[in-house]
Design a protein around this ligand. Structure first.
Ligand code: NAP
Length: 182
């Protein structure tokens, strides 16, 4: 490595190489990312892992002003970053989370609306946003996703990157505008 980089504060994803939890690790210099001032090790590792995934998710449906973005599990690792990303892109952001402590986190993270999706009939809390959602970033699946997809506007996008709730419940297809999409 160029000697000017010796002592630099860096973070790297080791790819398929094991050993990321060791105190010392070796990787190619071109895999290193400088850690900006103010970001601690825990934050840097979260960004190189979950942050990288979040950037991969949004490339399938880039949010912008005029979008209404719905984020299930918005207090989770990816959900937190997706809420921030969509807000910073100028979208209206609705974050769903389980319980009042998590919905408070989602609101503090900048969501325009934070809804507790463990409450029966939670979709009714979206008010005028119902049927106007343009993007769902979905890592939960199951009944939550089914309800979320039903809130999409025509042409809205459902980006699936996980199934934390254990599945898409394929026995009951999603309906968008009366058309089965699953
Ligand atoms: N992190 C990554 O880099 C990455 C990469 C590829 C795929 N994924 C997928 O993306 C999804 C989110 O990842 P994450 O890292 O953000 O996970 P996370 O921080 O653990 O968040 C997952 C959240 O999902 C919600 N959830 C809903 N139903 C659940 C259930 N039945 N059991 C457990 N949790 C449930 C919970 O939030 P509430 O309590 O608010 O419901 C939970 O906190 C996962 O499906 C994961 O497999 C993640």
């Amino acid at each position: 490595v160029d000697e000017s980089r010796l002592g630099e504060h860096v973070v790297a994803h080791l790819g398929f190489a094991p050993g990321g939890y060791a105190e010392l690790a070796v990787t190619d210099a071109d895999r290193l990312h400088p850690v900006p001032p103010g970001l601690d090790h825990a934050g840097a590792v979260a960004m190189i892992g979950t942050g990288r995934t979040a950037m991969g998710v949004v490339q399938f449906a880039e949010p912008g002003p005029g979008d209404v973005v719905l984020v299930p599990a918005a207090a989770g690792g990816l959900g937190t970053l997706l809420v921030q990303y969509a807000r910073n892109a100028g979208a209206t952001v609705i974050g769903l989370a389980g319980g009042p402590a998590k919905t408070a986190l989602v609101a503090a993270n900048g969501a325009d609306l934070a809804v507790d999706y463990t409450e029966p009939g939670w979709a009714g809390r979206l008010g005028a946003h119902a049927g106007k959602v343009t993007v769902v970033y979905d890592g939960v699946g199951g009944d939550v996703a089914r309800t979320a997809v039903g809130l999409l506007a025509p042409g809205g996008r459902h980006v699936v990157f996980g199934w934390s709730s254990q599945g898409l419940a394929a026995d009951r297809p999603y309906l968008v505008d009366g058309v089965s999409v699953n």
